[in-house]
Design a protein around this ligand. Structure first.
Ligand SMILES: [Zn+2]
Length: 158
C-alpha cells in the first residue's frame, strides 16, 4: 500500500473517490498490526465535485467508542462534533460522506454485519463512501441508490 500520497479509487461508471494524503496518514495509524489491537472507526468528511468525492477529513476513535478486536461501535460524541465543525468552517462545502473502520486482515472485505449496517445506517439519497482499512490494503465502496459498489484503486495517469 502506498503511504506517501493520495489514493484514487474508481467504480465501473468512472466515478472517482480521492482520499487525500493527510487523511490516509491519520487512518494508517489505526491499522490492526498487532494481535491485540482493536478495531477503529470514524466518519469520513468530504467535498462533492459533481459525481466525484474528495475525502478531506475524518474523525478517529475517542472517548465513548466501544472497541474490541473484531467489533467497533462508533458511540463517541466527537464524531458528530467533527462533522459539524468541518461543515461550518468550510461554509458547508465539507460534509459527512461516509464512514471507515479497520479489520484485522491484510486484504479486507466487508462482513455480513458490515453490509447490513451500511444498508440500515448509511442512509442518504446522495452517494456515500465506505472504507475498510486492512493491514495491507484498503477496501473502498460507494453506496448509491442502495447499492454498494466496490471501487478499484487507479493511478492518476490512468
Ligand atoms: Zn467490518
Amino acid at each position: 500500500m502506498k503511504t506517501v500520497s493520495e489514493l484514487v479509487f474508481k467504480d465501473k461508471d468512472g466515478k472517482i473517490v480521492v482520499i487525500l494524503e493527510h487523511v490516509l496518514n491519520i487512518m494508517l495509524n489505526y491499522r490492526q498490526l498487532t494481535p491485540t489491537s482493536f478495531e477503529a472507526a470514524g466518519v469520513l468528511i468530504g467535498e462533492r465535485r459533481g459525481p466525484h468525492l474528495v475525502i478531506c477529513d475524518l474523525s478517529v476513535p475517542g472517548i465513548g467508542d466501544i472497541r474490541s478486536r473484531y467489533q467497533v461501535n462508533r458511540k463517541g460524541k466527537h464524531h458528530q462534533k467533527k462533522v459539524v465543525e468541518c461543515f461550518y468552517s468550510s461554509n458547508g462545502f465539507q460534509q459527512y460522506v461516509g464512514e471507515w473502520h479497520t479489520h484485522p486482515e491484510d486484504y479486507p472485505s466487508p462482513s455480513f454485519l458490515d453490509k447490513q449496517s451500511w444498508r440500515d445506517n448509511l442512509v442518504a439519497d446522495i452517494p456515500m463512501v465506505t472504507i475498510i482499512l486492512g493491514r495491507k490494503a484498503l477496501w473502498v465502496a460507494r453506496k448509491e441508490n442502495n447499492k454498494i459498489r466496490e471501487m478499484r484503486e487507479v493511478s492518476l495517469s490512468e
